[in-house]
Design a protein around this ligand. Structure first.
Ligand code: CMP
Length: 186
């Protein structure tokens, strides 16, 4: 697919330069014959490289599932560009999940996230935020699709094995919460 897109881009560039040589107006590009190439270039631009934060939660580290979970990310084409095993304090977990402070499950969530080691990591790849959420599956494992991490490994909605950022903006904030720039080897 990428090769086709690159060929389309090359073809498009050639046409563009030819038109500029001949001093043709850019509106000519709207001609129907150029439409497929324009569409492919827009598609290519949409496949952006992103970074997202992932946490392998205490229920998964406790069952020695870090390697199996990492294999899921790597098989799907995401690169683990930073990773560290940590014991979260009440303050760190509480602040990280502060968006859920008013929710009835907040105290239990903080207690669970501090009940054992976690592995925090940065995943990088094409559309990494969305891709990671697909690999993880639904928050509640009962609703997760077959083949997802939560379907295969999660024990409950709380002990659901992994966390992943839910937007690019949150990903940037969550990565900065756990990692200094020099720790991310992209
Ligand atoms: P996570 O993706 O880490 O984001 C917030 C977490 O709260 C979520 O995964 C769940 O593990 C946890 N949680 C516990 N109870 C609930 C609930 N009823 N609804 C949503 N999330 C919950």
């Amino acid at each position: 697919m990428k090769n086709t897109c690159i060929k389309a881009q090359e073809f498009f560039n050639k046409k563009l330069f030819a038109m500029l040589d001949k001093k043709l107006h850019l509106s000519t590009l709207r001609a129907p014959k150029f439409l497929p190439f324009l569409k492919q270039i827009i598609f290519l631009k949409k496949m952006t490289i992103e970074m997202t934060l992932s946490i392998i939660k205490p229920d998964a580290t406790d069952r020695n599932l870090t390697g199996k979970i990492n294999a899921k990310f790597e098989e799907a084409g995401l690169k683990i560009v930073a990773q560290k095993r940590m014991q979260l304090s009440d303050a760190m977990a509480g602040e990280f999940y502060s968006v859920h402070k008013a929710r009835p499950f907040y105290n239990d969530l903080v207690k669970f996230m501090t009940s054992g080691p976690v592995v925090v990591q940065v995943l990088k790849g094409e559309n990494a935020v969305l891709k990671n959420r697909e690999i993880m599956g639904a928050t509640n494992p009962a609703n997760a699709d077959a083949g997802t991490i939560r379907k295969e490994f999660a024990l409950s909605i709380e002990a659901n094995s992994v966390h992943g950022s839910d937007s690019l903006e949150n990903a940037q904030n969550e990565i900065a919460y756990f990692f200094a720039g020099y720790e991310i080897i992209a």
